[in-house]
Write a protein that binds this ligand. Structure first.
Ligand SMILES: NC(=O)c1ccc[n+]([C@@H]2O[C@H](COP(=O)([O-])OP(=O)(O)OC[C@H]3O[C@@H](n4cnc5c(N)ncnc54)[C@H](OP(=O)(O)O)[C@@H]3O)[C@@H](O)[C@H]2O)c1
Length: 269
């Protein structure tokens, strides 16, 4: 799978990562074994970058458990999501314990209490317990505050939604990220599954065959990653075979403007 520098974070990431919201927040032996199978399939397919958060219930801890069972060179992107410092500190202590004392990318989830969490994370970075600091938000009305955080010069990555039906970041956020050299993690590549409810026909996908696209989810992932300002997309799935299918979209050739326009048209048909 193609690897890209995650902006100026110092991290290099294979371009298809994995999200864990809802899909990893499971209980019971059978459901947990299924999540382990998803992680195994992702790792075997070249996926290395896993995104989680204390907001995702049991997901953060279960991800740590799965990666212990499958030692390798996985990268952890998790988040602090707390309305006060004490709770934030507790979340960070938990995550550092679950992930072997180090987190690659620590993000401020939905900008909650970002000023004080940024101080905490800056101190942790100085102690080399985290490699990079990022911030996330999924709602366009919050993007102006996100850009305020980006301009502080204290974060090196953002996580934003981007897909053919959620394109608000094209206006200001992606240009600013490129100008500042920030890493860009793309959440919600399938619009939380919305873009997969109605699938284009095999004939519709045929013109994309020479780009290695076999399925509609692969077309959507390639649409995102064909924008060089995006460094890693993090689709979530609860099915091992889909982790492999998604990972297979992580190589060029990438789409040009014509193919991107074609996929966007199929997505809104
Ligand atoms: N504020 C934030 O920081 C924030 C907000 C939202 C999301 N995120 C992150 O972004 C990640 C991704 O976003 P998301 O989970 O909302 O949605 P998503 O990745 O856009 O879509 C997930 C859905 O797509 C389906 N899917 C995945 N691969 C598929 C395939 N090959 N074929 C058919 N269906 C497929 C999954 O169903 P199956 O399980 O049945 O495969 C699941 O229902 C999250 O998990 C989270 O880590 C962060």
């Amino acid at each position: 799978m193609e690897t890209r520098a995650l902006g100026n974070t110092g991290l290099s990431v294979p371009v298809i990562g994995m999200g864990t919201w809802s899909t990893f927040n499971v209980s019971g032996a059978a459901a947990e074994a299924n999540v382990e199978a998803v992680v195994t399939s992702a790792l075997r397919s070249g996926t290395r970058f896993f995104d989680s958060s204390p907001m995702y219930g049991k997901a953060e801890r279960l991800l740590g458990h799965c990666l212990k069972a499958e030692p390798g060179d996985a990268m952890i992107a998790t988040k602090v999501w707390a309305g006060n410092d004490a709770e934030g500190r507790q979340q960070i202590d938990n995550a550092l314990r679950w992930y072997g004392g180090h987190v690659d990318l620590y993000q401020i989830h939905n900008l909650l209490q970002w000023r004080s969490h940024l101080d905490t994370l800056t101190a942790l970075k100085a102690e080399c317990r985290i490699t990079a600091i990022g911030a996330t938000h999924y709602q366009p009305p919050a993007f102006s505050e996100l850009m305020t955080v980006m301009r502080t010069g204290r974060i090196t990555a953002i996580q934003i939604p981007y897909n053919p039906i959620e394109r608000d970041v094209e206006r200001e956020v992606l240009p600013l990220a490129a100008e500042l050299g920030l890493g860009v993690v793309v959440m919600r590549p399938f619009g939380e599954g919305e873009l997969l409810r109605k699938l284009p026909s095999v004939a519709d996908l045929n013109p994309l065959g020479s780009f290695g696209v076999r399925t509609w989810p692969q077309a959507l992932l390639k649409w995102i990653l064909s924008d060089p300002r995006c460094h890693v997309a993090i689709p979530a799935t609860s099915r091992p075979e889909r982790a492999a299918e998604n990972a297979a979209a992580g190589n060029g050739p990438w789409f040009g403007p014509e193919e991107r326009a074609y996929v966007a048209k199929l997505a809104t048909k």
